[in-house]
Design a protein around this ligand. Structure first.
Ligand code: C2E
Ligand code: MG
Ligand code: MG
Length: 738
């Protein structure tokens, strides 16, 4: 596969090459243009040079032709000696012409000479074609000219030169031919004929001429070709024309090439610089692309992190919410069902507390892996926080959801091998199945239903799954309402105490158990069996416990000689500063711990942790006595009895009720009583309702009792009354005796 950098660098390299190519093209174009301009410049110099040369030559002839004496000696009478000396010798020698002719008024050569010798008499007429052009032109000028009448009064010149030049071929060679009309200069001699003589000069464009040109205009390789030469390469050319226009010869030379010179000198460095630039453009582009890809990747990472749980990599709550909304929208467009599963690990807190957070993290990761392994690709597994997970199954029917929930529960209950050792946790799963008719309920409601079902699964004993049902919702709502009411009641002192007497074998009061009472403004009396666990769940137990203890302590001051038993929730025992709080209440109320018995359940001792041990030690040290409540319903009771400094056990009502009817129950109670006496613990039976139960208990050795047989819980004033009446609990006495 091509890497993206390569994919990108190809067009970039092409771009770089194209840039270099374009630059080379531009450089070549510029150099060609410069060269062309230099050539044009050369050509125009040469053309103007030829014109100037012609004018120079014409000027050098002029003194010999505009001259009174020449009019006399060449026209009016012909003096061959004078002509030879003043025209021939002068123009051939001084001015460097190659051929000289003097023509009479009828254009017949009367004098023909070349350098060094006379020309044969027929020479001019043989080559007359080469001279006709200039001659005709000069004669035309002559006709237009005003005849000279005599010298001017001021003695000035009476004529200006009348000359015509043309490049002509004479034989095979090119000549600059000039015809000059012989005229008087001062007018002292006047021509007799109407047609004056003409002096014709011819200068051959020979090697010397070319050398002079090449020196003057710095032309290299100058050549003269007869006729119109075909261009040779890139040579510069000037056509040499006759007066009438046809090209008689071509002058060519090698033009200077400043453009190419520039290219040679600067081209390579420029190319290198541009090549370098192009290369850096490519490198830069590839780099920036890489950086951009890096940025995109880190943005993707950031987005992923914002939407996923860092510990497990699962979707987090935000992504879960979005996916759930999406699944509901999808459901609303079709017929079918989907499911949301709320999952909470059981006993996760215990692992975290006893093995540390890293073990907790390890456990969470392990469980996350198990959950993911059980879900399909279209299903979302999310970690909503702590030990809370959720699954969205966007397309599943109720039986499929049940099967999935069962698999999840089973997977979570498998032993977990952590670095600290093997732990067993398990999980409770709540399933909310939603059908297309309910797709409008929204993500929050769907998630809440799964949550409600999950709590129900927990209530039902954990490590199981439970489907959401509308009734649960009603129960949950009622519970929420009750929670608010309890909060208010606690704040307003709406919870009060009733005391249930405890009696000895003679029906004499030996203690009272403080029991919390809450009269709800609309629902009437609500059982502590309901509101105490509620207070434990919603964090109100400390406030409730404090209020109960404060009242019971205060009341106990009036009731000397009997114990006041106060129920203490397991949660309170785990509070770090519980003993100090109790000590504070003792000071506040002035109660004596000797008169107080604290009732704890086995649940409070279950953790067997440091804090509980310490708290119990401190409470005992303060002088409180401890009773183990609901004895027999819990776990390995004996070990707790050994480990903790317990004074008394309270045999749970569930063992007392069947007494008499059930031999097994009797045996059990008998063994508990035996155990108590063996461990030297006091024992009391609770929930004694019948005299038979009482007698049976007494026969087993359990004399102390509490129950409706004697009294239900009564107002503190009623306790006052019993005590002031001598401490006999009437009903009990009457029933016991009656
Ligand atoms: P518990 O501590 O075992 O209290 C005894 C419960 O048995 C009381 O119920 C009492 O009214 C009931 N009972 C007593 N004699 C009889 C009987 O002969 N027959 C029957 N059927 N029931 C009898 P109550 O008051 O409803 O309290 C229920 C539970 O609530 C208590 O059980 C205790 O665990 C808890 N509780 C009550 N008050 C407090 C409190 O102030 N603090 C804490 N932490 N828990 C409390
Ligand atoms: Mg109790
Ligand atoms: Mg009890």
């Amino acid at each position: 596969m091509t890497r993206p950098e390569t994919r990108l660098s190809m067009p970039l390299a092409a771009l770089g090459l194209a840039m270099v190519g374009i630059l080379v093209g531009v450089l070549l174009l510029i150099s060609a243009r410069v060269d062309h301009n230099a050539m044009l410049h050369d050509q125009s110099l040469v053309e103007r040079g030829l014109v100037a040369k012609t004018r120079d030559l014409e000027r050098s002839i002029a003194p010999q032709t505009v001259w009174d004496e020449a009019v006399d000696r060449l026209g009016n009478r012909y003096d061959p000696v004078w002509a030879r000396e003043n025209i021939g010798a002068y123009l051939l020698g001084q001015s460097g012409f190659d051929l000289i002719f003097v023509l009479d008024g009828r254009d017949q050569a009367i004098f023909s000479q070349k350098v060094g010798s006379d020309l044969e008499p027929g020479y001019f007429s043989r080559h007359s074609a080469s001279f006709n052009g200039v001659l005709k032109a000069v004669r035309d000028l002559e006709r237009l000219k005003k005849p000279v009448q005599g010298p001017r009064p001021d003695g000035g010149l009476v004529s200006s030169p009348l000359q015509q030049s043309s490049f002509e071929l004479i034989g095979s060679e090119t000549y600059l031919v000039t015809a000059s009309l012989v005229q008087p200069d001062f007018g002292r001699v006047l021509p007799r004929d109407s047609k004056a003589p003409i002096i014709v000069t011819a200068l051959r464009l020979d090697a010397a001429f070319l050398l002079a040109m090449s020196n003057r205009f710095l032309l290299a390789g100058i050549h003269l070709h007869p006729g119109e030469a075909t261009p040779q390469g890139q040579d510069a050319r000037v056509a040499i024309r006759s007066l009438e226009g046809p090209v008689v010869a071509t002058l060519d030379w090698t033009p200077p090439r400043p453009g190419q010179a520039l290219l040679r000198k600067a081209g390579l460095p420029i190319l290198l610089v541009v090549g370098g630039l192009a290369a850096s453009v490519v490198v830069f582009a590839v780099r920036s692309r890489r950086i951009a890809r890096g940025l995109v990747a880190s943005e993707a990472r950031a987005t992923h992190m914002a939407r996923h749980d860092a510990l497990t990599g699962l979707a987090n709550r935000s992504l879960f919410d979005d996916r759930l909304s999406e699944a509901l929208r999808g459901l609303s467009r079709r017929r079918g069902t989907m499911a949301v599963l709320g999952i909470d690990l059981d006993r996760f807190k215990a692992v975290n507390d006893s093995h540390g957070h890293s073990a907790g993290d390890e456990l969470i990761r392990l469980m996350a892996g198990r959950l993911t392994g059980l879900c399909r690709a279209n299903e979302t597994v999310a970690r909503l926080g702590g030990d809370e997970f959720a699954v969205i199954a966007p397309n599943i029917d109720p039986s499929g959801a049940a099967a999935l929930a069962e698999r999840l529960v089973k997977a979570l209950s498998e032993p977990a091998d952590l670095s600290c050792g093997q732990v067993f946790v398990g999980g409770s799963v709540g399933v909310a199945v939603i059908d297309s008719a309910e797709a409008h309920i929204g993500a929050a409601e769907a998630a809440r239903r799964a949550d409600v079902a999950m709590y129900r699964a927990k209530e039902q004993g954990r490590n199981r799954y439970c489907f959401f049902e509308v009734e649960m919702d009603a129960a949950l709502k009622a519970r929420r309402g009750l929670e608010l009411d309890l909060r208010r009641a606690l704040a307003e002192g709406g919870v009060h105490l009733a005391y249930q007497p405890q009696v000895d074998a003679r029906g004499q009061i030996i203690g009272v158990e403080a029991l919390a009472r809450w009269i709800h403004p609309t629902r009437g009396e609500i059982s502590p069996a309901i509101f105490v666990p509620l207070a434990e769940d919603c964090g109100l137990i400390e406030a409730l416990g404090r209020q109960v203890m404060r009242r019971a302590f205060a009341d106990s001051r009036r009731w000397s000689g009997i114990k006041v038993a106060v129920n203490v929730s397991a949660l309170q025992m785990r509070q770090d500063d519980y003993a100090s709080e109790v000590a504070g209440l003792l000071i506040e109320t002035g109660a004596s711990p000797r008169n107080i018995e604290l009732e704890i359940t086995e649940g409070a001792l279950l953790g067997d942790d440091e804090t509980t041990h310490l708290t119990i030690e401190r409470l005992r040290a303060m002088g409180f006595s401890l009773a183990l409540d609901d004895f027999g319903t819990g776990y390995s009771s004996l070990s707790y009895l050994r480990r903790y400094p317990i004074d008394k056990i309270k045999i749970d009502r569930s063992f007392i009720t069947p007494l008499g009817d059930d031999a097994e129950a009797s045996a059990l109670v008998a063994s508990i009583v035996g155990l108590a006496s063996a461990l030297n613990l006091a024992v009391i039976a609770e929930g004694v309702e019948t005299d038979q139960q009482r007698r049976q208990l007494q026969s087993m050795g359990c004399a102390d009792a509490q129950g409706y047989l004697f009294s239900a819980a009564i107002a503190p004033e009623a306790v006052d009354a019993i005590l002031s009446a001598g401490g006999q609990v009437n009903a009990a006495v009457s029933r016991a005796t009656g």
